[in-house]
Design a protein around this ligand. Structure first.
Ligand SMILES: Nc1nc2c(ncn2[C@@H]2O[C@H](COP(=O)(O)OP(=O)(O)OP(=O)(O)O)[C@@H](O)[C@H]2O)c(=O)[nH]1
Ligand SMILES: [Mg+2]
Length: 431
């Protein structure tokens, strides 16, 4: 992988006019670059230097430059952090200068990838950096920062040590005669096994409860044409995301809008009205609606005034009658919730109900924050649960070694390229 030997650079701050922009450089050409663009002869690591940057004789900008010497840097390589003025032309000129000096623009996540390859951070922390950057709501941020501070790494290490300790006991049973061993060792092994099962189960449950917080909640808005679906999505989005007219069949495509309710991301999808389609566009729209209904966590069914349809095929539904401002009956019942997208009446109560139905607030953010972690832990759990202590000890030891190997997959033994590609897909350049 010669790519990893290149010296890379990227803007670590967003591209746009700003007081300061930070450009990061990492790789073996870093010192040469530093010397060439600043004309400084003696470079002291970790020292902030207010300097004029130059491209040959052309003055580029005045900047604050810090050099971090390998391995004491974020990537583990020689790193330069240039805090320059955040103007387009300045950034462009620095980029060109760095290109002239044999550096290339980094790929998304490439700095973090190098940190990982150089053992500066572990895989779980890499995942957390990505989660912290991509957190859109307060609860997602809380979750991500917990793992960045080491929550999962600690848990994995603990499980790892416990499995190792059981394995040691099993090996002792195999190797030594009964007299040399403490009494009841098999009983102890069984207890230890149960204890690990309980700890893992607790965390898997915790992760499942927290899924809506991590991934958000999908809410579909469905029902007959003209029942007020699009007006509702516009009301809760506080802007016109979907077209509203009094012509039945106005919405033909799915329109989504994300709404933050108490720190959780709810993605609402307005859909084409459910009816016998009149043309190809409506046919496709209605087919799409049916797929969305299946995938959603909650389906808000907007009812027509005189509707008898029970929507039996629709899972997780809440019945809504909109336009309460012009209806005779407008009091919410057990069956139906009355709302108005004109006055907003009933909408806070509806959002509360959706939240209550989907989000269980557990006091502790989950440790297993990704599908990958949960899947590995589920495999360990399956192995430990299926152990038959009437079997020969050799078989039990073998199964335990498998579990140990699996526990290492979270943070130590993994197919690095495969995993990195998945993780870095949602990274940004400069990280
Ligand atoms: N008074 C009143 N009128 C509403 C309310 N909600 C929607 N309307 C009106 O009802 C008509 C249909 O509203 P839409 O929001 O487009 O209904 P829809 O369910 O999205 O309709 P389709 O896209 O055709 O399926 C429009 O004229 C809206 O102005 C409401 O809460 N109160
Ligand atoms: Mg509509």
């Amino acid at each position: 992988m010669s790519k990893n030997k290149d010296t890379i650079y990227a803007l670590s701050t967003p591209f746009g006019k700003s007081a300061i922009a930070v450009i990061r450089v990492s790789g073996k050409e870093t010192i040469k670059i530093f010397k060439t663009i600043t004309k400084v002869k003696k470079i002291i690591p970790n020292k902030t230097n207010l300097l004029f940057l130059k491209n040959n004789k052309t003055l580029i900008d005045q900047a604050l430059v810090v050099y971090f010497k390998s391995p004491n840097s974020f990537t583990g390589e020689d790193v330069l952090e240039i805090s320059c003025h955040g103007g387009y032309a300045v950034i462009d000129k620095i980029y060109k200068t760095l290109e002239d000096l044999n550096a290339r623009l980094a790929e998304p996540g490439e700095f973090t990838r190098r940190a990982l390859l150089n053992n500066k951070i572990d895989l779980v922390k890499t995942e957390s950096i990505s989660d912290v950057i991509n957190a859109e709501t307060e609860k997602q941020r809380e979750l991500a920062i917990k793992n960045l501070s080491g929550g999962l790494s600690e848990f994995t290490l603990k499980i790892n040590q416990k499995i190792t300790s059981v394995l040691a006991n099993i090996e002792a049973l195999i190797d030594f005669s009964d007299e040399d061993l403490p009494k009841n060792i098999l009983k102890r092994i069984k207890e230890q096994n149960k204890n690990i099962i309980n700890e893992i189960s607790k965390e898997i449950k915790n992760a499942e409860i927290s899924k809506p917080i991590k991934d958000g909640v999908m809410v579909a808005i469905i029902g007959k044409p003209n029942t007020g679906k699009s007006s509702f999505i516009n009301y809760i989005s506080k802007k016109n995301v979907s077209i509203v007219t009094n012509i039945p069949g106005t919405t033909t495509d799915a329109v989504t809008s994300a709404v933050d309710i108490k720190g959780v991301k709810f993605t609402f999808t307005d859909t084409a009205g459910l009816r016998k389609h009149k043309n190809k566009i409506e046919e496709i729209g209605i087919k799409k609606t049916k797929e969305i209904i299946k995938k959603s966590d909650i389906n808000l069914v907007f009812l027509d005034r005189s509707e008898k349809n029970k929507y039996e095929d629709v899972p997780n539904k809440i019945f809504i009658e909109s336009k309460s401002d012009i209806r005779k009956r407008k009091k919410t019942t057990k069956k139906n919730i009355y709302i108005s997208s004109v006055t907003g009446s009933g909408i806070p109560e509806l959002l509360k109900k959706i939240y209550k139905k989907t989000v269980i607030n557990n006091a502790e953010p989950p440790i297993l924050s990704r599908e990958r972690h949960v899947n590995i832990m589920k495999k360990i759990l399956k192995t430990l649960k299926s152990l038959d202590f009437d079997n020969s000890l050799d078989i039990i030891a073998y199964e335990y070694r498998l579990a140990l190997d699996l526990s290492l997959e979270i943070n130590q033994k993994f197919d690095i390229e495969k995993i990195l590609d998945i993780i870095f897909r949602d990274f940004c350049i400069g990280k």
